[in-house]
Design a protein around this ligand. Structure first.
Ligand code: PLP
Length: 341
C-alpha cells in the first residue's frame, strides 16, 4: 500500500478529508447495514434534531502503525461502551458494540494510505459520531439517526517537546451536578467555547473547571481529565459524577499501578490542596498527557515543582510507558490493542 505524500511530522490537528467514511442510518426502529462511502457531505432536513436541539454525541480515538508494522487501535471497545452510555443519556438508539468495532476497522482499512508510518509521531484520528437526522420542532427525541465514522491524519501533539501549560481556574462551569458532564455530547463543547476563547485571550492554555455546586473541588478541563502526582509520589485523579471518563486517564491509572508500582487514588481533589502537588497533567487521546506547569486561581499562582520547561519525572514515566504500550514497544495488557492489519 502506497502511503499518501504527506509531511507527517509537520501535520497539525486539523481536518483533512480522507477517501472513505462509514455511514449507517437508523429508521423505523432499526439500523441499516451500513456502507463505506466517498461522499463527505451530509444532506439533512433544515429541522433535524441535531440542528435544533443539539442531539449529537461523538467519540475520538486513533489508529497508528506499531513498531513491527501493524496498524492498530487502542481500546476501541471502551469508545463503543462510552458511546452507548452517551446515546442512552440523550435518548438516542444504541449502535451495537460489534458493529462499532467493525465500522472503525473498515474506515481504517479503507484509508490505509492515510495511516501515518511508525516513528512519525502522527496518527489517523478517528471520529465516530451520531446525530438526530429527522425533523424535530416540538422538543422530543428525533425518530431517525445517522451514525458515521471518518478518519483524518493528525500530527504529533508535541512538536519539539512537551512544554508545560499554564491554566486558569475558570469562573464558568462545564457541567451541572446530575447533568451531562459524564457523556461525550457536542453540547458540552458548545458551551465551553466562550470559556476557552476568553482563556486564550488572557494568555492561558486551558480552563480548570471546578465542581459547580461548591466550587471547591477540581473537575477537569474542557476536553481532558486531570492527573496529579503528590509530593509523596501518589498518583491522584479527581472523582466526580460530572467528569467525562477518559480512556487515557483510566489506562494511565492502570499503568501507574501495574507497570510502575505506584500508589493510585481516585478521590475528591480540593482546589486548596493543589499547593501540595508535585506534578500535574491533562489526559486525553490527542496528547496522552500534557504537563501543567502553573495553575492561576484569580491572580494567585500555584507553580508546580516540576516547573515550566519539562514534564515532571512521574508524568514522563507514565507517558513513556503508555505510548510504549500503544506503539508495541512494551507488552500491552490483554485486550488493549486491536490489530486491524
Ligand atoms: C474526550 C474527553 C476526554 C478525554 O477522553 P479520552 O477517552 O482519554 O480521549 C476528557 N474530557 C472530556 C470532557 C472529553 O470530552
Amino acid at each position: 500500500m502506497e502511503k499518501k505524500n504527506i509531511d507527517w511530522s509537520n501535520l497539525g490537528f486539523g481536518y483533512i478529508q480522507t477517501e472513505k467514511r462509514y455511514v449507517s442510518n437508523y429508521k423505523d426502529g432499526a439500523w441499516d447495514d451500513g456502507v463505506l462511502t466517498e461522499d463527505a457531505n451530509i444532506v439533512i432536513s433544515e429541522c433535524a434534531g441535531v440542528l435544533q436541539y443539539a442531539q449529537t454525541i461523538f467519540e475520538g480515538l486513533k489508529a497508528y502503525t506499531t513498531e513491527d508494522g501493524h496498524i492498530v487501535t487502542f481500546r476501541p471497545d471502551l469508545n463503543a461502551e462510552r458511546l452507548e452510555a452517551s446515546a442512552k443519556r440523550l435518548e438516542m438508539p444504541v449502535f451495537p458494540k460489534e458493529r462499532f468495532l467493525d465500522a472503525i476497522d473498515k474506515v481504517v482499512a479503507a484509508n490505509e494510505a492515510y495511516v501515518p508510518p511508525y516513528g512519525s509521531g502522527a496518527t489517523l484520528y478517528l471520529r465516530p459520531y451520531m446525530f438526530g437526522s429527522s425533523p424535530v420542532i416540538g422538543v422530543k427525541p428525533a425518530q431517525e439517526y445517522q451514525f458515521r465514522v471518518f478518519g483524518t491524519p493528525v500530527g504529533p501533539y508535541f512538536k519539539g517537546g512537551a512544554k508545560p501549560l499554564t491554566i486558569r481556574v475558570s469562573d464558568f462551569d462545564r457541567a451541572a451536578p446530575n447533568g451531562t458532564g459524564n457523556i461525550k455530547a457536542g453540547l458540552n463543547y458548545a458551551m465551553s467555547l466562550h470559556a476557552i476563547v476568553s482563556a486564550h485571550a488572557e494568555g492561558y492554555d486551558e480552563n480548570m473547571y471546578l465542581d459547580p455546586k461548591t466550587r471547591t473541588k477540581v473537575e477537569e478541563t474542557g476536553g481532558a481529565n486531570f492527573l496529579f502526582v503528590t509530593k509523596d509520589g501518589k498518583v491522584v485523579t479527581p472523582k466526580s459524577d460530572s467528569i467525562l471518563p477518559s480512556i487515557t486517564r483510566r489506562s494511565l491509572l492502570y499503568v501507574a499501578k501495574e507497570y510502575l508500582g505506584l500508589e493510585v487514588e481516585e478521590r475528591e481533589v480540593l482546589l486548596e490542596e493543589l499547593g501540595d502537588m508535585a506534578e500535574c497533567g491533562l489526559c486525553g487521546t490527542a496528547a496522552v498527557i500534557s504537563p501543567v506547569g502553573k495553575i492561576v486561581d484569580h491572580g494567585k499562582e500555584i507553580c508546580l515543582p516540576s516547573g515550566m520547561t519539562e514534564m515532571g519525572p512521574t508524568t514522563k514515566k507514565l507517558y513513556e510507558t503508555l505510548t510504549g504500550i500503544q506503539m508495541g514497544r512494551i507488552e500491552a495488557p490483554e485486550g488493549w490493542i486491536r490489530v486491524i492489519k
